[in-house]
Design a protein around this ligand. Sequence first.
Ligand SMILES: [Zn+2]
Length: 256
Amino acid sequence: MLARLTRWWRGPSGGEAFADGEWAALAARLPLLEGWSAEDLDRLRVLAGDFLRRKVVQGAGGLEVDDAMRRLVAVQACVPVLHLGLDWYSGWVSVIVYPDEFVARQEWVDEDGVAHEVERELSGEAWPEGPAILSWTDVELGADGEDWGNVVVHEMAHKLDLLNGEANGMPPLHAGMSRSAWTAAFSSAFEDFSERVERGEEVLIDDYAADDPGEFFAVMSEAFFLHPRDVREAYPEVYGQLEAFYRQDPGLRLGP
Ligand SMILES: [Zn+2]
């Protein structure tokens, strides 16, 4: 009964959310999908259809979200979980989209127990067990490759990281993966990266990644999917860990 109910709630599985022509246009638009095999693209199409049945993508701040916009969010959101499945996005339902960057109030308590509150302009945010929030301007910039990164992939990486508590840069690892190998790879890369940023060196990814290990994982995930060769070259151990976690090797898609 439960299985049947679950199936009913999720609706039929399939790619019918995307008509053929529409899907082809979307796939051709996104640099994120460059070099993908027909098999992976089919899988993504089905997954993105399921995403739209399970999640609510809605506008805020006066933005009206139509189906084409929902599809653009869904396709990008499903790239990280292509070989993990949508259950990795469980525990939250909505994606809220603002027209542009939005102001978020962030509160935290420092080591001395003093509470701080700041307002920041954000292009995206992921709440623990709450919504993912996106700026539409940035969703489009990322989709069209006009931006270095991809805000949807970034926030989804935070969502995966949040599955086991805080966004601390370590999502739940698969059986056979080693927590110490993950930590070793990421901490030495984070340290190296932060030092380069401090020295004012030109760095391969957004220097925002030096904020904390959680941001580093999210930005590295963007780089892994968009600029896999750069990550593989600069931080091969991190690349290996991300490959094992996401169960994808984006570097392969770009050929030798
Ligand atoms: Zn972030």
